[in-house]
Design a binder for this molecule. Structure first.
Ligand code: C5P
Length: 251
């Protein structure tokens, strides 16, 4: 059964812990009509390479390439062109690579998409890794908190012409306030029950709450992967997203 279309399009399944192409194909088969995108991260891409993206696309699925580019502007611009040529729908780069790097990425994506007549992927920025806390960023040399740095970097990303940011649950509101409605926010750290304990996601939100607070897409891995019935769980999450859309807060 295919249901909750608007919700499903906003649901990104993290293809983590998949060892080989057979595993990828199994998940595509199970979830292709129940999620909007498959997230391919560093681990999977380093192991299987571009064929994993092709395989997802051949089956009609869309890809969020989560490789978090961070390098000199020219190198990131060239890597961004390669992402366009792979046909991904979304990919990300680090805002801490600087404004010039982000501007070059945005420019090369626009130019390459036009030249190759390919769809323009969303380019989103990672602001501050959620593994870093206030003490960590002060140690690196920033004289502010992560709560201050995240919306500031999101603003740089928007000014550089990027489409949006990846942001953890607790930063969604401040980013939405700083960057307005026309800026994508992609949020991981989603759990279907508020009270769940025993994994490494510390600041979690339910799908409905993340979307109602202003997230545009949510990234979900374990809650679907480890469910007894992954399809039923994906459909439930799509339904929750639709409810969240109905309650969305406007800034
Ligand atoms: O299994 P889970 O739902 O926690 O997976 C979330 C996905 O989002 C994983 O691929 C993880 O690497 C990614 N992610 C995250 N937290 C961040 C950034 C990315 O969980 N701050």
């Amino acid at each position: 059964m295919i249901s909750n279309r608007a919700g499903r399009e906003r649901l990104i399944f993290a293809l983590d812990m998949v060892e080989d192409m057979k595993g990828v194909e199994e998940w595509i088969e199970v979830l292709k009509d129940h999620v909007g995108m498959f997230k391919v991260g560093k681990e999977l891409f380093t192991r299987l390479g571009p064929p994993v993206v092709s395989r997802i696309k051949e089956s009609g699925g869309e890809v969020f390439l989560d490789l978090k580019f961070h390098d000199i502007p020219n190198t990131v611009a060239k890597a961004s062109e390669a992402a366009v040529n792979l046909g991904v729908s979304m990919f990300n780069i680090h805002a801490l690579g600087g404004k010039k790097m982000m501007e070059e990425a945005a420019r090369s994506v626009r130019e390459c998409s036009e030249k190759m007549k390919l769809p323009v992927p969303s380019v989103i920025a990672v602001t501050v890794l959620t593994s870093l806390d206030d003490a960590d960023i002060r140690e690196i040399g920033f004289d502010c908190s992560t709560a201050e740095l995240v919306p500031k970097l999101a603003g740089f990303a928007r000014d550089a012409g990027l489409s949006g940011v990846v942001a953890s649950a607790q930063d969604v509101s401040s980013i939405r306030e700083a960057c307005g409605e026309d800026f994508l926010i992609v949020t991981p750290g989603i759990r279907v029950d508020e009270g769940i304990v025993g994994d490494d996601q510390k600041r979690i939100l339910t799908p409905k709450r993340a979307i109602s607070m202003g997230a545009d897409y949510i990234v979900v891995g374990r809650p679907i992967r480890m469910a007894d019935d992954p399809v039923a769980m994906a459909d439930r999450i799509s339904g929750d997203i639709e409810e969240g859309l109905g309650e969305r807060v406007r800034h």
